[in-house]
Design a protein around this ligand. Structure first.
Ligand code: CDP
Length: 792
């Protein structure tokens, strides 16, 4: 009879994460656990200065250190046309500096030796003579006509500007502002932040001259894209390149770009004909690998007296560091920033953007976010908060008036996105009820008598997760879709491989649940593999919470192909025509005679031993899934804080999260994703601070200055659920991985603002460190995190 889906670990089961079996036993296989015979070790020498001409490099003393096998400089790379490599945004990035260094921490040389300590010692013997140049550390300086040209390597680059970009309807937006009763404005900076995965980046390149095969173990979230990039950069044939991404100790977008260390280790292996391992140290990771954010945002909203939003316009100025290396769809210069306000009914909108080079490490990675969506939603919710105040309206009521209504879907946003489903007001109301919104004013009064300031902050947002479709989304010309391959063995056990790459999200657990749901094969009978380009089908990897929307859909689709073939086999076994076959979970039976049936396992056995005439044996298939649209999860995050005006310290009294990510494959995994995301959101709002002094020195290049929250600091989170299935996803799921990181920060900041804005403060830039909050309350003035940016 039909199986109990929860018992076989199908959809909706809070199945324990199978990968944790090895992780909690210390048996995970991370890059540094991989040891190959005769392996050498590589260390990178990084620039101590942010902007300087390289006058000379003397490597002779390094060569003399016993155990050193190779010293590489920009010259070594240039001789093989490898001094520069393409970035994911059609720019170029120095692999090892030849002419100038352009940020502190840039690669200036590398040493390959018998062990990593020898390599590091030898690095310290390399003498580099620098002629220091003025450092540019923010877009305001970059714009100045007297600013030095950072990218003087580029023909036709005569300023530090990278791009101008615009989207939306300027005239319609101007008309909306002409009709407005009230215009509300806000300006803020979303500071640099670093994804700082526990495990830094690394690679082991192993070139075999006899076969011509290059195998690279690499900390990458997108192995197939890397394979294509290596083929292009190193001019090696793609079929002779194998990228293996082993267990990853977190990625969060930091492991999407192609880093110089990967390329250098490949050349080092080709030159030494031995495997070469490069493992970045934590400071190297913090100082040189992909950062997130660093955007100045300024906007205005046109409002009617009754609270209706008529239009909004916005300008962003982004600081990309020395190389434009954003990992984002080609069409969109500032990622999906234009998804801002997607959950509100905003009739007219216009966005302009410009981006600049500065003497900082390349930024723009989508740190647990879909290509700038975090900045977009943070600005949206800070702007909504300010606008409600300007109108004298209640925060919840203002949102309720403007949120897209349930019956308005599919809804086309002013910037052209199509959102397809949601119950926005329901999520908000659930959250308000859970936080005790109705009694808040009384609590606030009572707290003030105790000398404490109470605040409540709301953040509601929908975000676009799951790029492609391939018509609109590509990265360096590679179209965005994804894939799954399913092989059911003779005994009914199965192996599933996808083009995604888990970094801790639990794909090994949840993908098996989708197969169990579609085929009735118990999840424990399915092994999931990802990350090896020689075995996994081509895919775009995991970032931007695209795995469930795209690869997860491919898993459902390939399972259905298997079921279709199994149905034919069942008809053959039951000696009836296919039309007379019915399906229930795990079993086919004859219509009208439920007793006569065969299990999916019976069909698997027959696929290898008793197929009907003319049918190919075997039970395996693959599916490439090109989604018709993005998925649009919704979240309402509501935070209550208490601020101590004497110290500026703020404590979270309660945090309520209501998430609607459509159908949940594994509720426990989803909750884990939300809690992790909220923890990162709290860190950004509260404590994470990376800045640069006027010489371009990175302040925040270690974990004493750049803080990671522990369980001690992190508040508790109360989670609630609403389910609005995605109408176009085969199992109704929407992405969830990054929702809380994207929507969370504004809830914390709005809460602190709500506590202190009676003093006249309108904005304090993140991180809301106690000194900033204290200054704001004491002076009744805004606190800006960074030097102001001139907006033309
Ligand atoms: O792309 P990434 O894996 O980072 O994000 P995701 O697709 O949102 O999925 C994160 C984890 O949550 C995966 O293990 C998913 O299978 C799981 N998930 C789920 O159980 N139900 C959903 N509706 C969405 C995700």
């Amino acid at each position: 009879m039909a199986l109990d889906e929860l018992k076989i670990g199908g959809m909706g089961a809070s199945r324990r994460r199978v990968e944790d079996n090895r992780f909690i036993r210390g048996k995970g296989k991370y890059i540094d656990d991989v040891v190959l015979p005769a392996m050498l070790h590589m260390e990178i020498l990084r620039s101590p200065v942010a902007h300087a001409r390289i006058k000379s490099i003397d490597t002779s003393a390094a060569w003399e250190v016993p155990g050193v096998r190779l010293v590489l400089t920009g010259e070594t790379m240039a001789a093989r046309n490898l001094a520069w490599m393409p970035t994911l945004s059609y720019d170029t990035q120095a692999v090892i500096a030849t002419d100038k260094v352009r940020f502190q921490g840039q690669e200036v040389a590398a040493v390959v030796a018998d062990d990593p300590y020898i390599a590091k010692d030898a690095c310290s013997k390399i003498v580099v003579e620098y002629e220091q140049l003025p450092a540019i550390v923010n877009p305001d300086q970059a714009k100045d006509s007297s600013a030095p040209l950072i990218r003087d390597d580029k023909v036709n680059q005569d300023s530090n500007k990278i791009f101008d970009w615009e989207i939306g309807d300027k005239e319609a937006t101007e008309r909306a502002f002409a009709d407005a009763d009230v215009v509300s404005s806000l300006e803020l900076h979303y500071p640099r932040s670093h994804p700082s995965p526990l495990e830094p980046c690394g690679s082991i390149a192993d070139f075999d001259r006899a076969t011509g095969k290059l195998t690279v173990y690499m900390t990458t979230q997108a192995p197939h894209i890397i394979r294509a990039a290596v083929a292009m950069v190193a001019e090696l044939p793609e079929h002779q390149i194998r990228i293996i991404s082993p267990d990853l100790g977190g990625g969060f977008g930091n492991k999407v770009p192609v880093y110089p260390g990967y390329v250098i280790s490949i050349l080092a292996s080709i030159l030494t004909e031995r495997p070469v391992k490069w493992i970045e140290d934590k400071s190297g990771n913090l100082i040189s690998t992909g950062f997130g954010r660093d955007v100045y945002l300024k906007g205005e909203m046109a409002l009617r007296k009754d609270g209706k939003i008529l239009g909004m316009r916005m300008h962003t100025t982004s600081d990309h560091g020395a190389f434009f290396a954003d990992a984002q769809p080609t069409k969109f210069k500032i990622g999906l920033m234009h998804s801002t306000f997607a959950c509100y009914d905003v009739p007219a909108a216009y966005l302009t953007s410009d981006g600049y080079y500065t003497n900082k490490a390349p930024g723009g990675v989508a740190y647990r976010c879909s290509f700038r969506v975090t900045e977009a939603m943070f600005f949206q919710e800070r702007m909504i908060h300010a606008a409600a105040n300007d109108l004298g309206m209640d925060q919840a009521e203002f949102r309720r008036v403007n949120l897209v209504k349930d019956d308005a879907f599919p809804y086309r946003t002013a910037f052209g996105f199509l959102t397809d489903s949601g119950q926005y007001a329901k999520c908000l109301d659930l959250g308000l009820e859970a936080i005790g919104y109705s009694s808040f004013k009384a609590e606030q009064e009572e707290a003030r008598k105790r000398g404490k300031l109470l605040g409540i902050g709301i953040s509601t947002m929908t975000e676009p997760l799951g790029a492609g479709n391939s018509r609109e989304y590509d990265i360096i010309g590679i179209k965005m879709f994804d894939s799954a391959e399913l092989r059911v063995h003779m005994t009914g056990k199965a192996i599933l491989r996808t083009g995604a790459k888990t970094q801790g999200q639990g794909h090994e657990t949840t993908w098996a649940q989708i197969v169990a749901h579609e085929l009735g094969i118990p999840a424990d009978d399915i092994v999931v593999e990802e990350g090896d380009t020689d075995t996994a089908p081509f895919g775009m990897g995991t970032y931007a919470s695209r795995s469930t929307p795209v690869a997860g859909a491919a898993v459902a689709m390939v399972s259905r192909k298997i079921r279709a073939k199994a149905r034919k086999i069942a008809a053959h076994l039951l000696e009836v025509s296919e039309e007379d076959i019915e399906w229930e979970l795990g079993r086919f039976y004859v219509r009208g005679n439920e007793e006569r049936g065969v299990t999916i396992q019976d069909c698997a056995l027959a696929a290898y031993s008793n197929v009907p005439d003319g049918m190919e044996p075997g039970l395996e298939n693959n599916a490439y899934y090109d989604p018709p649209n993005l998925t649009w999860p919704f979240a309402a995050y509501i935070c209550k804080v208490e601020v101590d005006p004497e110290t500026g310290v703020w404590d979270v009294l309660k945090f309520v999260a209501v998430d609607d990510c459509g159908v949940r494959i594994n509720p426990m995994v989803v909750e884990g994703q939300i809690m992790g995301g909220l923890t990162e959101a709290y860190a950004m709002a509260n404590m994470q601070y990376i800045t640069f002094d006027e010489e371009g020195n990175c302040i925040g290049a270690n974990y004493i200055d750049y803080l990671l929250p522990t369980a001690w600091e992190t508040p508790g989170f109360e989670l609630h659920e609403v389910v609005t299935p995605c109408p176009h996803h085969p199992i109704g799921a929407k992405g969830i991985g990054e929702c809380a990181t994207v929507g969370g920060p504004a809830a914390f900041v709005n809460a602190v603002m709500s506590a202190i804005e009676h003093t006249g403060v309108r904005n304090v830039d993140m991180p809301l460190m106690p000194n900033r909050v204290y200054d704001a309350v004491r002076n009744g003035q805004d606190v800006s995190g960074m030097p102001p940016v001139r907006v033309e």
